[in-house]
Design a protein around this ligand. Structure first.
Ligand SMILES: Cc1cc2nc3c(=O)[nH]c(=O)nc-3n(C[C@H](O)[C@H](O)[C@H](O)COP(=O)(O)OP(=O)(O)OC[C@H]3O[C@@H](n4cnc5c(N)ncnc54)[C@H](O)[C@@H]3O)c2cc1C
Length: 396
């Protein structure tokens, strides 16, 4: 009999887990606390390592309907005048090296594509998980609805895909304090007709400057430009992705930068702002019949643009490990999943952290050294550890 898997959380992690498990004939159901499936209004890079996995699910072609195929990525520019420090041609070279292109998309479109691909009845809304018990026979999960209704679900395995503030993490490992990066991110979606020409190119562009960096790329079939501007947080401590910021504050942070960025900022009618925290790498993802996936397992800063891709890698390996498991061997299968995935996800988590210093060097000898290194680099090959074939299973 097929394993019964309960997935807590209906974000990019939970849904891609349901897709991979269903594709392996495993009965997986998703329990999401929200009354609808919602993603924040923001863009996301869908890198080649993720596109290859979407291809396995038969979803890569669907990306073309709303996402933009990136021609250049990691295009680093100097803050003052936009001089290109390094750029990575993606197009054909990327497909040749990594077997897939790279896209940029609106997060909500990606989530909607996942949802459409799942059979009816797999996603249960308005189910907030409030408790979990497990024994040799299985897992029992308790849910409440917004109106206070209570339901219980029994499963062979429970997957915590409940994001950075995961409650499932508490069932697996000791909670550790979030680490504050000292930075905040302003995030805007700007209608394409208002932005400077430069921002319309199908390019993942990053401007580097003292203490700050500024990212933009077009999404939604070119109708919108996604902006993420990272700056010192000051007193800002809200970790919510939906808290409103102030365009004037964003403008002040980048007041002395290239005028094209100022034009891009003033074209936005609103901005979100959140303080950037991550979590220390976890030393375990699994306890008995419960395992973590996605941000619950490896909440990282978005500086390598890999969070959602790591969700897909988790899901693919999890499904492989559970494919031949039975209710009595499920625990060992989850351990195997953790063994194959935790080293790589933690490496990317720590790699993302490293970028917060390198991206923000003040002008001077260290910045000049970094820029010279960028100019001399072969960027497409340097991301082999992120994008290469077979990297999703750790060789550690
Ligand atoms: C600005 C920004 C840019 C990024 N850019 C990229 C990028 O370019 N490429 C990339 O690959 N990644 C990127 N990421 C990271 C990526 O978005 C995240 O890693 C990914 O969304 C995590 O998905 P998740 O499903 O694990 O968590 P979440 O998206 O947080 O979803 C968790 C879900 O669980 C639900 N939930 C929580 N608690 C409960 C409960 N008790 N019961 C039931 N449901 C519950 C929540 O409502 C939510 O729907 C970016 C992140 C940010 C913030």
């Amino acid at each position: 009999m097929s394993l019964k898997v309960a997935i807590i959380g209906g974000g990019l992690g939970g849904l891609v887990a349901a897709l991979f498990l269903s594709a392996r004939g495993i009965a997986a159901e998703v329990y999401e606390q929200g009354s609808s499936l919602n993603e924040v209004g923001a863009g996301i890079v869908v890198p080649p390592n993720m596109v290859r996995l979407l291809r396995k699910l038969g979803l890569a072609d669907g990306l073309g309907e709303f996402a933009i195929k990136v021609e250049y990525a990691w295009e680093f520019r100097r803050w003052q005048d936009g001089r290109i420090l390094a750029t990575t041609p993606m197009g054909e070279a990327c497909e040749r090296l990594y077997g897939a292109p790279c896209f940029v998309a609106h997060r909500a479109d990606l989530l909607a594509m996942y949802h459409r691909a799942l059979p009816d009845g797999v996603v249960h809304l308005d189910r907030r998980c409030v408790g979990l018990r497990q024994n040799e026979a299985g897992v029992a999960l308790d849910f409440v609805s917004a109106e206070g209704g209570h339901t219980r679900v029994e499963a062979d395995v429970a997957i915590g895909a409940d994001g950075i503030h995961s409650i499932m993490r508490g069932a697996v490992t000791e909670e550790q304090s979030p680490r504050f990066s000292g930075l905040c991110a302003f995030r805007c979606l700007v209608p394409a007709e208002r932005v400077p020409e430069l921002a319309l190119r199908p390019t993942h562009t990053l401007w580097l400057g003292p203490g700050r960096h500024f990212v933009h790329y077009p999404i939604s079939a070119g109708r919108l430009v996604n902006v993420v501007a990272v700056a010192p947080a000051g007193e800002w401590r809200s970790e919510s992705w939906t808290a409103d910021g102030d365009i004037a504050d964003l403008l002040a942070e980048f007041a002395t930068w290239d005028p094209r960025l100022k034009q891009l900022i003033v074209s936005a009618s609103e901005t979100k702002r959140w303080a950037m925290f991550d979590r220390p790498p976890l030393d375990r993802w699994t306890a008995g019949r419960v395992a973590l996936l996605g941000d619950a397992a490896h909440a990282m800063l978005p500086f390598l643009a890999q969070g959602a891709a790591q969700c897909a890698e988790d899901a693919d390996v999890l499904a492989d490990c559970l494919a031949s498991a039975t209710a009595s061997t499920a625990k060992a299968a989850l351990m195997l999943y953790e063994e194959q995935r935790r080293p790589r996800a933690n490496q990317i988590l720590l790699g993302s952290r490293g970028r917060e210093i390198r991206n923000h060097l003040p002008d001077g000898p260290e910045q000049e050294k970094r820029d010279a290194e960028l100019a001399a680099s072969d960027p497409l090959r340097e991301v082999a550890w992120l994008y290469g074939e077979g990297v999703e299973r750790s060789r550690a």
